[in-house]
Design a protein around this ligand. Structure first.
Ligand code: G3I
Length: 381
């Protein structure tokens, strides 16, 4: 039987007995971490905020170095930050993020090149404020993708090329990219990214992927990219999950449907909210917010034991699923390091106290961390 890696193995070696010296030496094996325990399965990643990659949040940095093997920027590579005006790029934060990843030998994913949200309005309009033509938007999109991808060529190993372009019913989101260019904007984005760095991996990333409609829409869209002979390496299933949603069986159906396309599957943006949902239990649409109400914030001072146990069990079920499909999953990335950082504290209701991540507000591992580590031992091939 395999030993459980997360127990500190303390071996007292009595030198006197072994070598005749009079000293007693105690050798300790470092406790297993998420990164070490999952090394033969998939990357275990986290999203980084500015305080982390600039070295301010030292408690988080310690955890990132110790526990994680991959990083993705939570915000600093979004086009509103990196390309605020036509002809002006601001790579200040993005460069620091990439430097952090390289210095700490982390697998770096870029997030994200084309997204309807957090995109500067200039991209879509002319000097009169009218929508630009299809040709102009394609040219601007190409210019954006080429500049960003080529800057980090060889450093960033994979890009979320297009983010959240398909709706829950499987239809295309009526973003400006879609209404001006048509559905071709997606294969074009992948093509431009590939031309800028032929070695980088290219992903489609979206939320609510367990929904049947979205599953079918994404499968059809990815097939159409493949049929054009354009490179796509993976599908990111955003894991913004709740206690009741999604049904794990539906998540599994999507995971296997995506893997059947011959691409890698990544679990991205993983967090598990324990708070009630005011608007039905799906999604991660940042535009959908709800006014604060006291009853929507039931645990401001900590989780009751039984709620914490239920949260742990739910998270554990998902990790068991990830272990089951470890041959298809290349990366599991949490959307943040510790609970205090999580966007879930402010969405869909601003100012709540959520408990969505693997480390608590004091940067301590929750019981789920040791569970993941010990179960990873039992699920090797
Ligand atoms: O940059 C300003 C800063 O100058 C200001 O001081 C601060 C005060 O409110 O706001 C800052 O901007 C916020 C930014 O996060 C950085 O903290 C924005 O208001 C806020 O809207 C933004 O939210 C991010 C959101 O995407 C929108 O970009 C969340 O942190 C981030 O977790 C979330 O991530 C998205 C993924 O990219 C795509 N999938 C869904 C996921 C969750 O919505």
């Amino acid at each position: 039987m395999k030993t459980i890696k997360n127990t500190i193995l303390a071996m007292a070696l009595v030198c006197f007995a072994l070598s005749g010296c009079s000293k007693t030496t105690v050798e300790t094996e470092a406790p297993a971490t998420l990164k070490s325990a999952l090394a033969d399965k998939f990357y275990i990643g986290t999203a980084l905020n500015q305080a982390q990659f600039t070295g301010v949040d030292t408690a988080s940095i310690r955890l990132i170095k110790e526990q994680f093997s991959a990083i993705v920027p939570e915000n600093c590579m979004k086009s509103e930050v990196i390309h605020p005006e036509e002809g002006r790029f601001d790579f200040t934060q993005a460069d620091r993020f990439v430097d952090f990843g390289e210095a700490n030998n982390l697998f770096i994913t870029g997030h994200c090149l084309i997204w309807h949200s957090q995109t500067p309005q200039w991209l879509f309009v002319d000097e009169q404020g009218k929508d630009v033509s299809r040709e102009v938007l394609i040219e601007r999109m190409k210019n954006h993708i080429t500049a960003v991808v080529s800057r980090y060529k060889g450093k960033i190993k994979g890009w979320d090329v297009v983010n959240e372009a398909i709706l829950d019913d499987g239809s295309y989101r009526e973003s400006k990219f879609y209404t001006i260019i048509g559905e071709e904007f997606i294969p074009l984005a992948f093509q431009f990214a590939h031309e800028a760095d032929p070695d980088v991996e290219l992903y489609y990333n979206d939320y609510s992927m367990a929904n049947e409609g979205k599953r079918n829409g994404v499968v059809a869209m990815v097939k159409s990219i493949q049929e054009k002979g354009i490179r796509i390496d993976g599908i990111g299933m955003q894991g913004h999950i709740g206690m009741q949603y999604p049904a794990i069986e539906e998540f599994e159906k999507s995971l296997t449907a995506f893997a059947a396309l011959g691409v890698n599957v990544m679990i991205t943006e993983l967090d598990l909210t324990v708070l009630p949902s005011p608007q039905g239990d799906v999604g991660a649409d940042v535009a959908q917010t709800v006014k604060y109400q006291q009853e929507m914030n039931p645990y401001p001072d900590g989780l009751p034991k039984e709620v914490e146990a239920a949260w742990t069990a739910r998270f554990n079920e998902f990790f068991k699923l990830f272990f089951k499909y470890q041959d298809k999953i290349t990366r599991v990335t949490l959307w943040g390091v510790s609970d205090g950082d999580s966007w879930k504290n402010d969405w869909p209701v601003f100012g709540r106290t959520d408990y969505a991540l693997l480390f608590d507000r004091n940067y301590q591992p929750k019981p789920i961390v040791n569970l993941i580590i010990s179960e990873s031992e039992l699920t090797g091939f």
